[in-house]
Design a protein around this ligand. Structure first.
Ligand code: HEC
Ligand code: HEC
Length: 257
């Protein structure tokens, strides 16, 4: 009897193990089945005109559901207003500066591997398919998605909506902006390049003066807590400028309505 029970237990545990293995195997093969079906059928894949759009639309839903806007100021569609929290970089033109799919996958699934100490949580619970749609969607956020809305660089003299700053300071900031190469990465009006966020309406993003000052001195100080080995940050540090110049730059940025 004892022997019989023992054997029964062994048989049962073998069956359970086989069941688990079978399930895992099914999941494993499922993730390949779509592509292998296409391969074995040997038929040319007719291009689906809606495939790209559908991918991006699905990405928008994942983006919304994952709460990316809690930390990233972004527009949900080309025509919607910018909204979001200030903890991570603005997504304006993010599709121009972040094209490396591998890097993006790491930044989303394992942010600590590219930015140790980052406040960005891991989204590793998303499926590979969802990550793919998310990257496609974020990739559409280029200079067409964030179009230039102002005709030129000149700020009208009455644009100073911030009584903390004199027009003199704002003008000084504008000159520093042009002479320090900011315009090489940022669009203001129709001038500049779209590597960084479009700053035409920077004041409307609601960044505080303190945030602007710290971001200019060391951009990563406002985003990451720890060391930044391995992360390719694009916005340079401007901590070498005098405090007075930095404040003039902030005055200029806060005048961009
Ligand atoms: C809790 C805040 C938080 C959330 C939520 C968050 N991020 Fe981030 N993200 C950050 C921070 C902070 C950075 C800046 C770099 C760093 O610290 O890793 C960043 C950087 C990025 C970058 C690089 C931006 C650039 O300008 O180069 C991308 C892309 C990105 N996040 C994508 C996403 C996506 C997609 C989601 C939603 C699935 C998301 N993030 C959700 C905080 C967040
Ligand atoms: C080599 C390209 C490059 C240069 C030069 C550059 N930036 Fe940036 N800038 C970026 C990128 C990329 C970001 C997005 C990541 C971040 O916020 O740090 C950014 C972000 C910003 C933001 C944050 C916008 C927001 O509210 O999210 C401001 C403001 C800004 N830059 C101002 C400046 C000023 C002022 C200068 C010149 C003193 C300058 N930048 C020079 C690339 C650049």
């Amino acid at each position: 009897m004892k022997n019989f029970l023992g054997n029964l237990l062994i048989v049962l545990s073998i069956l359970v193990t086989l069941g688990i293995l079978g399930f895992e195997f099914m999941q494993f093969t499922n993730s390949f089945s779509a592509s292998s079906l296409q391969q074995t059928a040997g038929l040319p894949n007719p291009p689906d005109p809606n495939e790209k759009l559908a991918l991006i639309d699905r990405g928008r839903i994942v983006f919304q559901q994952s709460g990316c806007q809690a930390c990233h100021i972004a527009k949900l569609t080309k025509d919607s207003p910018e909204a979001g929290g200030p903890i991570g970089p603005s997504f304006s033109n993010v599709g121009v500066r972040r094209k490396d799919t591998d890097w993006l996958t790491k930044q989303i699934m394992a942010p600590q591997t590219v930015a140790p100490g980052t406040k960005m949580p891991s989204f590793a619970y998303l499926s590979n398919e969802q990550i793919k749609t998310l990257i496609a969607y974020v990739g559409t956020m280029d200079q067409n998605y964030y179009p230039v809305t102002e005709p030129n660089l000149q700020i009208p003299k009455d644009a100073n909506k911030n009584p903390r700053y004199t027009q003199e300071m704002i003008d000084k900031g504008m000159n520093l902006f042009n002479s320090n190469g900011c315009i090489g990465c940022h669009m203001i009006g129709k001038q500049g390049a779209p590597l960084g966020p479009n700053l035409t309406h920077e004041a409307l993003r609601g960044r505080s003066d303190e945030w602007q000052l710290n971001h200019l001195k060391d951009p990563l100080s406002v985003y990451v807590l720890g060391p930044t080995d391995g992360i390719q940050w694009i916005m340079p540090k401007f901590g070498q400028l005098s405090e007075e110049d930095l404040k003039a730059l902030v005055a200029y940025l806060q005048s961009l309505h």
